[in-house]
Design a protein around this ligand. Structure first.
Ligand code: PLP
Length: 415
């Protein structure tokens, strides 16, 4: 393995090739990540060459359909799923909503759903609304000081009526990576199924749905360097039990049963570019290796080990800087070392307004987020006013140490 070549990664993104946009230290990746050429060129091609109804017999239509099929196949393989187990909808929020509608029909009044308040509202609200239909919705509260979820609390919430546990793989604020395989074991032992929000995990790690043994897993491709789509994995045997949420005549087409919005052709067509980008990164770092000789999910796990080392290395100085100041409350682990955490750093500074921190960052050409990030209930649990929220700097593998040091300089001027 060679050292990670961040400049090679950056060279794949138009934003870093233009001197104007390259000035922006983009540290808001947990909101939406940049898309590489491998994605944008496919989108451009779709719109300029094959923007027609796909799957008819003329050339442009066949090509459009083939591009979509390729994306479906690669995305499924990338998470170790079968192609008929993935569903590409407009967003994770809508995918959870549709899943909730479908799963409701399998439950009876008095059945229980557990939702974690470490989660983004996307994996809470649609389930919480089912309380109005006679289900009991129980809350798995994170620790009010740290925001961490405790396994014992989950165990104490489970009963013989628990049908579903909805929890995040990684919070977009706390950033701790939860032991999903372990949570799944606990849920399954109690006869419950698990719905995992992988939105904040998937940009930083390979998702192996078989290894995790999850029932349902969701993430958003616009955070994994792709177009604005949400991917829902639904285990094949579960899908067969669920009522079709799409047109009745599509009942026999698995990937259409949980996507009533219908496919966004262009965005699906370009999504394979995410995997092409990963392939190019892999081959740059492991030249001469046949990328396709091993399962895709294994190759991605190997690649992410390399990318994670870089993410951790560039994030640690920020954590160290923040941890050294008593006015700062870091949400989540204060270290990248030895802790399962994503390179997302949320914090609150006593006496400083988050919007003014983000404004100071913007003035220095740094992309920074602030607010509650739709983790509204988490904010309340952490005793943070959701209207004030926190400041968040979230890194991706294409960020550099120099960009983070610019953010530290801004904080230093403010503190
Ligand atoms: C952790 C997490 N879950 C879910 C979502 C919702 O995803 P989408 O915008 O695709 O609905 C987000 C979006 O920010 C998120 O950060």
């Amino acid at each position: 393995m060679s050292d990670y070549d961040v400049e090679f990664s950056r060279a794949q993104f138009a934003q870093y090739r233009s001197p104007t946009s390259a000035r922006l230290a983009f540290l808001e990746n947990a909101g939406a990540a940049y898309a590489p050429d491998q994605v944008t060129q496919k989108l451009d091609r779709f719109f300029t060459k094959t923007k027609v109804q796909p799957y008819y017999l003329y050339k442009a239509s066949l090509e459009a359909g083939a591009a979509m099929d390729r994306s479906n196949a690669l995305l499924a393989a990338s998470i170790n799923a079968e192609v008929d187990e993935i569903h590409l909808g407009p967003s994770t929020t809508l995918n959870v909503y549709v899943l909730a509608q479908a799963l409701r029909s399998q439950m009876s009044a008095g059945d229980e759903i557990v939702v974690s308040y470490q989660d983004h509202e996307a994996n809470i609200g649609a389930w919480a609304r089912l309380a109005a239909t006679g289900l009991e919705v129980k809350v798995w509260l994170p620790d009010p000081a740290t925001g961490f979820l405790n396994e014992e609390d989950l165990v104490s919430l489970l009963t013989s009526r628990t049908r579903l546990v909805c929890v995040t793989h990684c919070s977009n604020v706390v950033a701790a990576i939860n032991p999903i395989r372990r949570f799944t074991e606990i849920c399954h032992a109690a006869g419950a199924r698990i719905v995992v929000d992988g939105v904040s995990f998937a940009p930083h790690g390979a998702v192996d749905v078989r290894e995790l043994n999850v029932d349902f897993y969701l993430f958003s491709l616009y955070k994994t360097f792709g177009p604005h789509l949400g991917l829902l994995y639904c285990r094949r045997d579960h899908l067969a039990e669920l009522p079709n949420q799409g047109h009745f005549f599509h009942d026999h087409e698995p990937s259409k049963r949980l996507t009533p919005a219908g496919p966004d052709h262009g965005e699906i067509a370009c999504a394979s570019g995410i995997i092409d980008y990963y392939r190019d990164l892999y081959q740059h770092h492991w030249p001469g290796t046949d990328f396709d000789a091993r399962p895709l999910v294994r190759r991605l796990a190997q690649l992410f080990t390399l990318l994670n080392a870089h993410e951790s290395e560039i994030t640690q100085p920020l954590l160290d800087y923040l941890a050294a100041n008593p006015r700062v409350r870091i949400i989540g682990y204060p270290s990248q070392e030895g802790q399962p955490r994503a390179p997302t750093v949320a914090f609150d500074i006593a006496g400083l307004d988050n919007k003014s921190i983000a404004a100071a960052m913007a003035a220095a050409d740094i992309g920074c987020g602030y607010g509650h990030f739709y983790a509204y209930r988490l904010m309340q649990q952490l005793d943070i006013d959701p209207d004030q929220g926190v400041t968040r700097l979230s890194m991706a593998h294409y960020n550099t140490a120099e960009e983070i040091s610019r953010a530290i300089d801004v904080l230093d001027r403010l503190l």
